[in-house]
Design a protein around this ligand. Structure first.
Ligand code: NAD
Length: 266
């Protein structure tokens, strides 16, 4: 049987990049998926159609994850469509990069609002829903599972990206603290820390051969990551295969967080 048969998953920011691949991966494992998007309705709808053509179940729902009421509406739409919610992949994120002296308060706030507060709002809503669903109807051993899309920058400092790194550092402790708090409810909370993955958010880091070569110096495994690398990790973390895993961050980074510059420094 498919690992996620009978599950419903909400994936935020799923009209592109990692979120899109995660939605496809979870649907491929049998979950009904709710494809959240902020503005790219066409891409979200065509993903839902593709999943439907393959025999899966999917809907696209617009919502800004930094807005409390919109997050409530997103979860209502998921429950209306599929009856229950079992998995949240809190994936939405943005970058607004600048050296600290030039970083505007607006760009600081935007990144914290989406990348950190958005994670809080979605996780809070998920915990409320997981707790209220009848135990007898659970498709899994847990009462629900949350996967936060973090980054290697929950660990690695990143000059010129202080808002982004601060938000991801916050996601790390949000994940661990929440996991500690809700474990007695049999709710699992984990994070995935992608390294460099080929998506729109970091296009300038891989689109030219020169940029890619510079990037590869940071990746011991010798290749850029693909969204599907992250999607496979998300499917595993969402499934009962990972039933005893909570409060951890799974690095999917080709070794980027292994201090690669020390390799040749013996
Ligand atoms: P992406 O730009 O394709 O995806 C980000 C998604 O978030 C987009 O679909 C965007 O529309 C959505 N989004 C932005 N603001 C939103 C809002 N207010 N409400 C709802 N959705 C919103 O880039 P990606 O690389 O797929 O990024 C996905 C996640 O992975 C992000 O959290 C990012 O920080 C993280 N990440 C990416 C990489 C990488 O190398 N690509 C590395 C580490 C972490």
């Amino acid at each position: 049987m498919s690992a996620l048969a009978g599950h419903t998953a909400i994936i935020t920011g799923a009209s592109s990049g990692i979120g899109l691949a995660v939605a496809e991966g979870l649907a491929g494992a049998g979950a009904a998926v709710v494809i959240n998007y902020r503005s790219d309705e066409d891409s979200a709808n065509s993903l839902a159609e593709r999943i439907g053509e393959r025999g899966g179940r999917a809907i696209a729902v617009q919502a800004d994850v930094s807005q409390e009421q919109e997050v409530g509406r997103l979860f209502d739409a998921a429950a209306d469509a599929f009856g229950r919610i079992d998995v949240l992949v809190s994936n939405s994120g943005v970058q607004k990069d600048a050296p600290v002296a030039d970083l505007s308060l607006d760009d600081w706030n935007t990144v914290i609002d989406i990348n950190l507060t958005g994670q809080f709002l979605c996780a809070r809503e998920a915990v409320r829903r997981f707790r209220s669903q009848p135990e007898s109807a659970r498709p899994s051993r847990s009462a629900g599972t949350i996967i936060a899309m973090s980054s290697v920058h929950e660990l690695i400092p990143w000059a010129g990206h202080v808002n982004y790194a601060a938000a991801k550092g916050g996601v790390r402790m949000l994940t661990r603290t929440l996991a500690q708090e809700v474990a007695p409810d049999r709710i699992r909370v984990n994070a995935i820390a992608p390294g460099a993955i080929r998506t729109p958010i970091n296009q300038e880091a891989w689109e030219t051969p020169e940029a890619l070569e510079k990037l590869l110096r940071l990746i011991p495994y010798g290749r850029i990551g693909e969204p599907e690398d992250v999607a496979r990790a998300a499917v595993w973390l969402a499934s009962d295969e990972a039933d005893y895993v909570t409060g951890t961050t799974l690095f999917v980074d080709g070794g980027m967080s292994l201090y690669p510059e020390f390799r040749d420094n013996g």
